[in-house]
Ligand binder design. Sequence first.
Ligand code: NAD
Length: 486
Amino acid sequence: MDISSVVEKVHTQLLISDRWRDGSDGETYQVENPATGEVLATMSSASESDALDAMNAACDVQKEWSRTSPRERSDILRRAFELVTERKEEFATLMTAEMGKPYAEAVGEVAYGAEYLRWFSEEAVRQYGRTFEAPEGGKRLLTVRKPVGPCLLITPWNFPLAMATRKVAPAVAAGCTMVLKPAKLTPLTAHYFAQTMLDAGLPAGVLNVVSSQSASTVSEPIMADPRLRKVSFTGSTEVGRTLLKGAADNILRTSMELGGNAPVLVFEDADLDVAVEGTMQAKMRNIGEACTAANRIFVHESLIDEFSHRLTQRMEELKVGNGFDDDVTVGPLIEEKAVDNVASLIDNAVDHGAKVTTGGTRVEGPGYFFAPTVLTGATPNARVFREEIFGPVAVLYPFSTEEEAYSLANDTEFGLASYVFSENPATMFRASDNLEFGLLGFNTGIASNAAAPFGGVKHSGMGREGGAEGIDEYSEIQYIAVADPY
Ligand code: NAD
């Protein structure tokens, strides 16, 4: 599909109630294609007063929206699922253009992102309370679920559609209204998604979108508004921490999907073919720019030479380039700064004894490319052991005992995804007991699923998205005590 003809379909202004309009102070910013450096679109940038207009629009309809029937909300989500699926090529084109992921992966994200709409259309009508007798008798106790109220949703650039549907769909299902602030680097997909929600019948004001060149200009006034009830954020731990401090003033409910430092554990009894392929998926999905990306790969000492040889071969088979080109499996990184960060992590690892078995270099632009890289021999005091790489770099570390593997894996402030490869099912249970991570992939490199609760522990955040648990984040429970009629 031609990029400019798809971009032309996207509103580049702010969505306040049912109207796309310019920002009040006329400010704009540009969205670039990271594979070419070309400008894709000029977006309106929301000011503080636009943020408050969006908040007013959300608050004005909260009561009415919370009284719609679950079936009505479910039907809107179902239509949205169908429309996103019908518009698959447009969404995938926008994502490859503004974020850089290979087109086939962008199509994969459309299916994954749409699945949250379908899943929560099914969950919307299955929200149950309880009725029970007070233990001492004399009363019946009931619980009912209510929407938490107006929400602020802030999303990152790495999964421009799925990170939005994962928040918007449960909020709609629960009956909340919302203001969405997409990442500055990738707003086009979110704007097209918001229009798709309107096309699916979402009433005006339920979803408002305020893209801005300055995130805090939008988030601070909204978070200070006493009518806001919740902030749901996906992004870096550093920004999450700032938002949590802000949320304290207004005692907001929070969901925080933050950074990761995922370990892969390849045990002595692993099937090496499965382990290498699983590691490739866990490492290279989304060009390595995923919170779930394999950041530290621990391999039993008896396997590490063979594993490193095979992983190096697989990395060398990958093709780096513009995500729209045939056969390209590794697109550009999101911006120059990201390339600089990856290069500096590698330099630091080499200073700490690492050897580069393949890659290790920038790839000529225009665009922000980096060669798929494998490092061996880095020590845990290298920065790459502690920090999110967010790029196509696999770092291998040997271990000798199971205890040592768990201890190395847990030696991080993060706790989002982990992966274990072993042919022994009992290892899965021991790994689950020992690993301090919200997700565990066993003999698979992809753990995300709309039907499952996704989220981290420790500095990777709090709350769960997806699954039956996902809607709880947008519901309050009220309990009613009823005097016994006898
Ligand atoms: P980021 O924290 O820089 O930005 C995320 C969002 O927050 C963007 O919309 C940004 O504009 C906004 N933001 C930035 N500063 C803000 C502020 N002061 N106040 C309010 N909003 C602000 O993160 P990023 O670079 O866009 O995304 C990458 C990070 O996201 C990585 O750390 C990655 O691990 C994490 N991530 C986590 C998950 C998860 O589910 N746990 C999923 C995807 C990405």
